[in-house]
Unconditional design. Structure first.
Length: 447
């Protein structure tokens, strides 16, 4: 298109620019954030608590991070670190959706309900996934969820039974749609093979994903356990993150669940949200390429300084994988992910890269302080190690954010349920107009 006669192309920035001073003048909370970085309180939740700092007399004080789901520490919910036979994601999903930890019988019934929903409608794969496959899997997932609305005769039902059934069906189907879409993408854009493994009844979500993804269907118990841990870490992270807030906003408008979850996936795709893992891996690859000796702290720090000073990588000045909107001293998800990453990397060709990531995590705050002269409490976030873990498992990068979506379906559903029951009002913040008066209208013939 790009017709030079259309002025909007030339004046896009001017038309859409707002004087930054207005935000301070009218005390606008940009991004719904306070000046000190804390979030504007927009609601209440009983689902999770993302703790990263303390407030004392109005001051923000750094603190060790913790993530509690329905009051339980995430570390406790993961179970024994050495276990390779117990899978926790389904138990965490049950806790999020139904509020309490299940008994053995309750969990078995829940797992059976998930297992029973993996089948897709007749012709759905051919018409929705294999046809006109776009290059990004997240777009296919959003489109597919929207189209599943057409196969649900009670799609507009807001009853608890229908809400729970819909959430369970999508928790079951999204992983399968993700793998099918990945192979459709490979076949269309990369001359790859279209592999369509059937799911195996009785497998956990993590086992199902690996079984459908691997061409030979083989995986180790340790790999399945590792993926299960990653799903647990991504399942829920408070009501204020962008995709969950999107879920809340959409649900407050009283729209159907399919529209809500599709919108949440579109939000999660964003590079400043779930898609950030791609930025992290790209930066890490750049550092690996330009730092000759990964064991040399001075050389690593020198290149980080170039990144911070906008002289290297994407010249944004950001060290991706460092810093978080809530966590200050530590991100509990990153600590857990790092622990498992170390265990996976030991004695393998990935061990040197693991030590490099440790160095980036350790040196980045020092470099930022030295180069910018300001101290900000900064810790590694989960993206510092999540993509690395997936790469060690041979999981393609195109699946990093879709895997996030598979896990977060449980958290989104829990927040939708809570918004339906407790919210009761459409979310509608105010926007201040920069124009103080009206403009005289001029007929088109006189302009």
């Amino acid at each position: 298109m790009n017709d030079e006669r259309i002025d909007l192309y030339k004046q896009f920035e001017r038309i859409n620019c707002i004087d930054p001073s207005y935000y301070e003048k009218f005390r606008v909370k940009r991004g719904l954030r306070n000046a000190d970085g804390t979030g504007v309180l927009a609601g209440m939740t009983n689902i999770s608590n993302v703790h990263g700092y303390l407030l004392s007399d109005g001051d923000k004080l750094p603190d060790e991070g913790s993530l509690r789901l329905r009051g339980y520490e995430i570390t406790d919910l993961l179970g024994e670190e050495s276990s390779t036979t117990r899978f926790s994601f389904e138990e965490v999903a049950y806790l999020l959706l139904l509020g309490e930890l299940p008994t053995r019988d309750q969990l078995d019934t829940f797992i059976a309900a998930i297992d029973a929903q993996r089948e897709l409608p007749d012709g759905f794969t051919a018409s929705m996934i294999l046809k006109d496959t776009p290059p990004d899997i997240m777009n296919v997932l959003a489109r597919s969820i929207l189209l599943l609305y057409a196969y649900d005769p009670d799609a507009e039902d807001r009853s608890p039974e229908h809400e729970i059934n819909t959430a369970i069906s999508l928790m079951s189907r999204v992983p399968r749609m993700m793998v099918l879409t990945y192979y459709a993408q490979q076949a269309r854009y990369h001359n790859g093979s279209m592999i369509m493994h059937r799911f195996i009844p009785g497998q956990s979500t993590a086992e199902t994903i690996l079984s459908m993804l691997r061409p030979n269907r083989e995986f180790t118990p340790e790999e399945a356990r590792m993926l299960d841990v990653m799903l647990c870490l991504h399942a829920e992270h408070g009501g204020g993150n962008n995709s969950t807030f999107t879920t809340r906003v959409m649900s407050s408008a009283d729209t159907d669940p399919y529209s809500v979850y599709a919108a949440a996936i579109c939000s999660l795709k964003g590079k400043k949200h779930g898609g950030a893992n791609h930025q992290v891996r790209a930066m890490q690859a750049d550092i690996k390429q330009h730092v000759a000796n990964w064991e040399d702290d001075d050389e690593v720090a020198d290149y980080l300084a170039k990144i911070v000073n906008r002289q290297a990588y994407d010249k944004s000045g950001l060290v991706y994988g460092m810093g978080h909107a809530v966590y200050t001293l530590s991100d509990p998800r990153a600590i857990i992910c790092k622990k498992y990453a170390k265990k996976l990397a030991e004695g393998t060709e990935f061990e040197a890269e693991y030590r490099l990531l440790e160095s980036i995590e350790r040196l980045a705050p020092e470099v930022i302080l030295r180069e910018r002269g300001t101290k900000k409490d900064m810790c590694a976030n989960i993206d510092m190690y999540s993509g690395f873990v997936y790469s060690m498992m041979g999981i393609p990068e195109d699946l990093y954010t879709p895997l996030f979506a598979c896990a977060r379906m449980a958290g989104w559903a829990a927040h939708r349920f809570e918004e339906i029951v407790a919210g009761k009002r459409i979310i509608r913040p105010a926007y201040k107009s920069t124009r103080s008066g009206s403009r005289p209208y001029t007929p088109i013939s006189e302009r």
